[in-house]
Design a binder for this molecule. Structure first.
Ligand code: GDP
Ligand code: MG
Length: 685
């Protein structure tokens, strides 16, 4: 066989390219222990078995202007010389820095092999690599070599020849974040597919380079639509990130690398000194890591609860005042039903939900802080060990954490998962992550039944129950409906950063606005609907004579549609400790979880004045035991995902059957667990 293959040696300066070149070709190129010695491209011939291989040593002097000069040289060569395989020579004693070029070569989609050179130095420094895992994570074959001692040369050639023949099976793409990705999706179709770069490296690559501000690629002839598109995209993204875009993109690559190394490199000797590493040593410690995470979440929930109580009180006063002012000044000639609609339906319903805005903003602020500092990625990393046990990747934990805010964006965030079974499993269990809309329910119930010292722990417990159930359900799903292997992949670990106040506020407001939007639309609509269902049909007048005002209200409610449906449900939910009033409120919770609270308010018609939720709590205390209170929270935590969740699941999973499975599955689970807790609880308490 006389087929001639070309192997190109790429790599950072001083990584040992020329040494490897000499070992392969038997020539004696000048080797020196300082960067930039190789001036021009050197060719040599290597005979290996029956193969004749052309080996090319790429130059080590680079234009100093480019951000990543090694990449520039490599891509030029790949474009012009079309090597069959690129061997990236990596100084494995300096892994993270050297992997940057490797990642860029991966982006170029060339047949690639990583030669982990200087294995001797790495060993002496106490570095141990899990090469099998790292190959899987990067989807690139890796061979450990010591070029200077000509060790590992034959395995390297075997692997390189194989890579040249079977050009790449699994490709991984470094995710640049949703914002950048959506711009890339928009820009890639505008790239001229016939240009050399697009044909060799793909349109996405060209678009990415343009976003990075790569002068060489920008200088190519492009259509004006693409150029203006790129300009706009850069402006928009830089406004979003408050940082130059090439740095944002580079950070993503480093985050990817750092995540890959965190999982596969072990240091037996302490040589790490970088600030982020030092923080990581504490926060991702195998013993303290998870407890620290649990404490952090606890602190956030605690603050949400205690600090949030003050502005919540003010808002309650405001809405109570609005209701009583309107009642006091309502002209006698105007219809009484309209007043009731406005005061009890609109102000009572929507106001009852808006009072929880401070809680929700505080929770979102906490989550935004964890996200922006970079801690959230570590939390996902820590969870990876547990997530693997339940058949999910640690990355699944990120959508789940978003689920603490709202299931809707969380289900959208499952897009970061590349494996479909993983993604569907994650989607199914996301509603178990107690979302912000459930806070109003807890905030109503917990203070009603539990002493202040127990309020924080109760809240924490509810969240933990949700997480634990999600884990159990995910495991069940992964061994049944969504059985199958998942390829491991890298979790990015961005450097720790102090977030700016501005970006935190933006984050918080974005999500807060979503909540308000829901209050203004879905909840307004259902408040009115539920008010009407609670007001009509009117009880016949003869039934109301000789009754005082509050008795009248209660008779009227029981006569209405809501009361009737609630009573119809009553036998079914009685084993859970629930009566028709709770049933009625649960009907509302399907629209949006927080409607439970406003519905309870209407059921008890406590929209009169002043301390709204305090008087509602008094009613609850009179009617139910703490056990029932807990069961309400448990049922609302697990069961009946809201309309918006059902809709988004159907869309993202690609079918109503998944949404139906989620809805009925979770509701059945809620019923069974609440039943067990209530019946067992009655025996104990
Ligand atoms: P280049 O800039 O990538 O071409 O790197 P060179 O081939 O010039 O090598 C840089 C330095 O690293 C030289 O001093 C080599 O002798 C040394 N070197 C290369 N490979 C190894 C290795 O596997 N182990 C050790 N300890 N040193 C090596
Ligand atoms: Mg050299």
């Amino acid at each position: 066989m006389d087929q001639k293959l070309t192997i190109a040696l790429a790599g950072n300066p001083n990584s040992g390219k020329t040494t490897l070149f000499n070992a392969l070709t038997g020539s004696r190129q000048h080797v020196a222990n300082y960067p930039g010695v190789t001036v021009e491209i050197k060719n040599g011939l290597c005979r290996y078995g029956e193969h004749k291989i052309k080996v090319v040593d790429l130059p080590g002097t680079y234009p100093l202007t480019a951000y990543s000069p090694e990449e520039l040289v490599a891509r030029q060569f790949i474009l012009e010389q079309k090597p069959d395989v690129v061997v990236d020579v990596i100084d494995s004693s300096n892994l993270e820095r050297n992997l940057y070029l490797a990642v860029q070569l991966m982006e170029m989609n060339v047949p690639l092999v990583l030669a982990f050179n200087m294995a001797d130095v790495a060993k002496a420094r106490g570095l141990e690599f899990d090469l099998n895992l790292l190959q899987l994570l990067l989807a690139v074959p890796i061979v450990s070599i010591v070029a200077r001692k000509e060790q590992g040369i034959e395995p390297l050639l075997d692997v390189a020849l194989k890579a040249a023949r079977t050009c790449g099976t699994r490709q991984i793409q470094i995710p640049f974040g949703q914002q950048v990705e959506s711009q890339l999706e928009k820009l890639a179709p505008l790239v001229n597919p016939q240009s050399d770069y697009a044909r060799r490296f793909g349109a996405r690559w060209v678009a990415l380079k343009m976003l990075e501000g790569d002068r060489q690629i920008l200088a190519l002839p492009h259509n004006s639509q693409l150029l203006t598109g790129v300009e706009l995209a850069i402006k928009e993204l830089e406004r979003h990130y408050h940082e130059s875009l090439d740095i944002v993109i580079a950070d993503r690559r480093y985050g990817f690398i750092s995540g890959a190394c965190q999982e596969t490199v072990r240091t037996t000797v302490q040589v790490r000194h970088d600030m982020s590493d030092m923080i990581d040593r504490v926060l991702t410690h195998h013993l303290w890591g998870l407890p620290i995470f649990a404490v952090m979440m606890y602190v956030i929930f605690y603050l949400t609860f205690t600090v949030g109580a003050y502005p919540m009180g003010w808002l309650e006063l405001l809405f109570g005042w609005m209701g009583s002012v309107m009642t006091a000044h309502w002209p006698a000639v105007w219809p009484e039903d309209v007043r009731s609609l406005l005061v009890d339906g609109v102000i009572g319903g929507v106001g009852g939900v808006i009072v929880f805005l401070p809680n929700i903003l505080l929770l979102f602020l906490g989550i935004a802080f964890l996200e922006d500092t970079g801690y959230m990625a570590r939390a996902a990393f820590l969870m990876d060990r547990i997530m693997h046990k339940i058949g999910l990747h640690g990355k699944s934990f990120i959508p789940m954490l978003v689920g603490f805010g709202c299931s809707v964006p969380a289900i959208m965030a499952t897009r970061i998962l590349e494996n479909r079974r993983n993604r569907l499993t994650t989607m199914m269990v996301i509603p178990l992550m107690s979302c912000g809309a459930r806070i109003p329910i807890y905030a109503l119930i917990i203070p009603a039944f539990f002493a202040p010292v127990w309020q924080g722990p109760m809240m924490w417990m509810i969240y933990v129950i949700g997480i634990a159930l999600a884990i159990v359900c995910a495991k069940l799903l992964r061994v049944t409906v969504f059985r199958g292997e998942t390829a491991p992949f890298v979790m990015e670990l961005p450097p720790y950063r102090m977030p700016t106040v501005k970006s935190l506020m933006l984050h918080m407001w974005d999500r807060g606005l979503m909540y308000l939007h829901k209050a203004g639309t879905v909840i307004l609509f259902f408040s009115i609907l539920l008010w009407a269902a609670g007001t009509y049909p009117k009880a016949p007048a003869e039934k109301l004579i000789k009754l005082d005002a509050s008795q009248r209200k209660s008779v009227q409610l029981q006569y209405s549609i809501t009361g009737r449906v609630g009573k119809m449900m009553a036998p079914a939910i009685k084993p859970l400790g629930f009566d028709w009033k709770i049933g009625t409120a649960l009907i509302g919770a399907f629209a949006a979880k927080e409607v439970f609270v406003s519905q309870m308010g209407i059921v008890y018609s406590v929209a009169n004045a002043g301390q709204r939720s305090e008087s509602l709590r008094k009613h609850l205390r009179e009617d139910y035991s703490p056990l029932v209170g807990f069961c309400i929270m448990l049922f609302c935590l697990i069961g009946t995902p809201c309309v918006a969740t059902v809709a988004i699941t159907a869309r993202e999973a690609g079918g109503w059957k998944w949404a139906a499975m989620q809805y009925f599955g979770l509701t059945a689970l809620a019923y069974i667990l609440t039943l067990i807790v209530y019946q067992a609880g009655r025996l104990v308490v």
